[in-house]
Write a protein that binds this ligand. Sequence first.
Ligand code: SER
Length: 322
Amino acid sequence: MPAREMKHILVTGACGQIGSELTLALRERYGGENVVATGHRTRPSAVLRDSGPFEFIDVTKRETVEAVVDKYNIDTVYHMAAILSAVGEEKPQLAWNVNINGLYNVLEIARERDMVRVFCPSSIAAFGPETPQENTPQETILRPKTMYGVTKVAGELLCDYYFARFGLDVRGVRYPGIISSETLPGGGTTDYAVEIFYEALKHKRYTCFLRDDTVLPMMYMPDCIRATIMLMEADPAGLKHHADFNLAAFSFAPADLVAEIKKHIPEFTCTYEPDFRQAIADSWPHTIDDSTAREEWGWEPEYDLAAMTEDMLEKLRDKVKV
Ligand code: SER
């Protein structure tokens, strides 16, 4: 049976760090009018608003999602709306409600309408302190200690259940920390790796909320977008996994990033004042084995630490006007 075509796409969380750039990339690929961006409260940027349809929804209120799905005859959802790790520790009930009930609503709506495909991201936060931290395998211990991680593991399992039980083609990756120059991340533990660039350019100094030696897996946004679209367009026949692919590009500690930035801005200095996010970071892996993604759908990253740093500084120089 030939794979069904993705024609009318909905993106939840389209004003977020990944959603905002993903929406534009999808519009480029599938046509602006075929990709409906949705957000909760954040107002869309001018380019997001002007390049295709935009609607407000609340993923925890099923009828608000259903109305948009039916209005635009949606057959594919990129479900990017979520509460991240740091905010999730401050508001665990909210994180459960948005990440679990929101996902359940999306999956049920997709199942009832026999949709073509759904994307739901997981995260390195699905791992925990008992997981091997180096070269973390695809199949491993998933015992996270954050509410965000709990919702991500449950989400992976729920998505795989919908595939096995209802034949709904749900796909997802365990994103590492994502570094981007367009939209700021909102409330994650890896956010320092974006903030540091703005501060380095504006003030030549930064106070990092993680210890200097905290190694975490990271990825530059162009690779993140490419991976997401690659997986969604991959031949279903080649996929043995569905919603839980390990995904990696490079890993570094704050001290490594500082050294890399100093190659471009020698006066830059960084001090370290670890807060509650240190414990979250300490429970996550250092490096990820993503050979399953490489084998099943041909994943290969393009950016390393040096290339990412150079590109970030170039992009942000114009933006912060220094
Ligand atoms: N970047 C995310 C966070 O820090 C991880 O998925 O919460």
